[in-house]
Design a protein around this ligand. Structure first.
Ligand code: ZN
Length: 172
């Protein structure tokens, strides 16, 4: 049996922690000037042929194939495979002048880009440009899976091609 005094102490401790929790939850981590990256949305991998690459991912690694679609603006056919919260995006060029065809010609098949999941992509682009980072697209364009995407220039990012990627319905 707890005494009344013990109970009221517990009550105060409880109040203290719920106020602390409230305070921490309300802290605004999205301060001005901070670029909010939510997760690695996907890793883009350039392949010569989806047909040849897919068996490794689907049958050997046993990754779930979420779908295949063509992104005309990029002249690629894209296969998405689920890896937990992140996807692997296999990119097959559909034309000789596709950026992916040029990439493979120059550097061979392999990792092409890393996509960072963001909200409010226009705002993110604005912020990062203010920090002196060059974008390949200043205005986001339509990517696969009804997303809006924009790439940073690898000269600004120590050699990695990063993509900002905002999924429709990602805003909560
Ligand atoms: Zn991508």
């Amino acid at each position: 049996m707890k005494t009344t005094e013990q109970l009221s102490n517990l009550g105060r401790i409880y109040e203290f922690f719920s106020e602390l929790l409230n305070y921490l939850t309300n802290l605004n981590f999205e301060n001005e000037g901070n670029i909010m990256i939510q997760k690695i949305d996907h890793i883009g991998i350039a392949v010569q042929s989806l047909e040849k690459a897919l068996p490794f991912y689907r049958d050997i690694l046993k990754l779930q194939l979420l779908g295949i679609e063509e992104v005309e603006s990029e002249k690629v056919k894209v296969a998405f495979l689920k890896v937990g919260e992140t996807n692997i995006e296999l990119l097959e060029p559909t034309a000789v002048d596709s950026p992916i065809a040029k990439f493979i010609e120059k550097r061979g098949e392999g990792i092409h880009h890393i996509a960072l999941g963001v909200e409010s992509i226009d705002q993110r682009i604005k912020e990062i440009k203010e920090k002196g980072i060059r974008m390949i697209q200043d205005v986001p364009k339509a990517g696969a899976h009804e997303s809006m995407v924009a790439f940073m220039h690898p000269k600004s990012t120590v050699g990695v091609l990063y993509e900002f990627c905002e999924k429709k319905g990602m805003k909560k």
